[in-house]
Design a protein around this ligand. Structure first.
Ligand code: FES
Ligand code: FES
Length: 177
């Protein structure tokens, strides 16, 4: 059994469906925990003070900025990072596929945050207007793209999720995102 620093705090989380138990310093951010302890480096760090949205992940289904949360605050939570959005067979989620189709990225640094934010938004707003999409993504910053490809991607993802739901049998609840 490995020794741990007695000042560290024990947490249990599920990350992308896998249960974990770790001992973490009280002030370790959730972003750093995911990147360094879980080796999930898809969660990016831009500003590290809640402005850019690059570090957005889902905690119990809610989009949160993982640079603003301590790992200990996530104790007992279900966490989804960008690595957890694809299907188990590796097929892309509707949002990921639409980003690829519309080339909603250039350097890609902002992309995980946009994809996670859009996924959470479309789960809550399955039939958004273009204005609602733009508003929902206004908290994520991109320095490269001019946003048009990103907005087109989220529009297409919204339409494709809606069509899939409409075509599904009444007793089947299609999963968005
Ligand atoms: S790194 Fe978290 S919001 Fe910018
Ligand atoms: S694609 Fe480079 S920051 Fe958005």
């Amino acid at each position: 059994m490995t020794e741990h620093d007695p000042t560290e705090i024990s947490i249990r989380v599920r990350v992308n469906g896998i249960g974990r138990r770790d001992h973490v310093p009280a002030r370790l951010t959730l972003a750093d925990y995911l990147r360094t302890r879980c080796e999930l480096t898809g969660t990016h760090l831009g500003c590290e003070h809640g402005v850019c949205g690059a570090c957005t992940i889902l905690v119990d289904g809610e989009a949160v900025r993982s640079c603003l949360m301590f790992a200990v605050q996530a104790d007992g939570s279900e966490i989804t990072t960008v690595e957890g959005l694809a299907a188990p067979d590796g097929s892309l989620s509707p949002v990921q596929a639409a980003f690829r189709t519309h080339h909603g990225l250039q350097c890609g640094f902002c992309t995980p945050g946009f994809v996670v934010s859009a996924t959470a938004f479309l789960r809550e707003h399955p039939t958004p207007s273009d204005a609602e999409i733009a508003e929902a993504l206004s908290g994520n910053l991109c320095r490269c793209t001019g946003y048009q490809g990103i907005l087109k991607a989220v529009r297409e993802a919204a339409d494709s999720i809606h069509e899939t739901r409409a075509a599904a049998p009444a007793d089947t609840d299609a999963v968005a995102g």
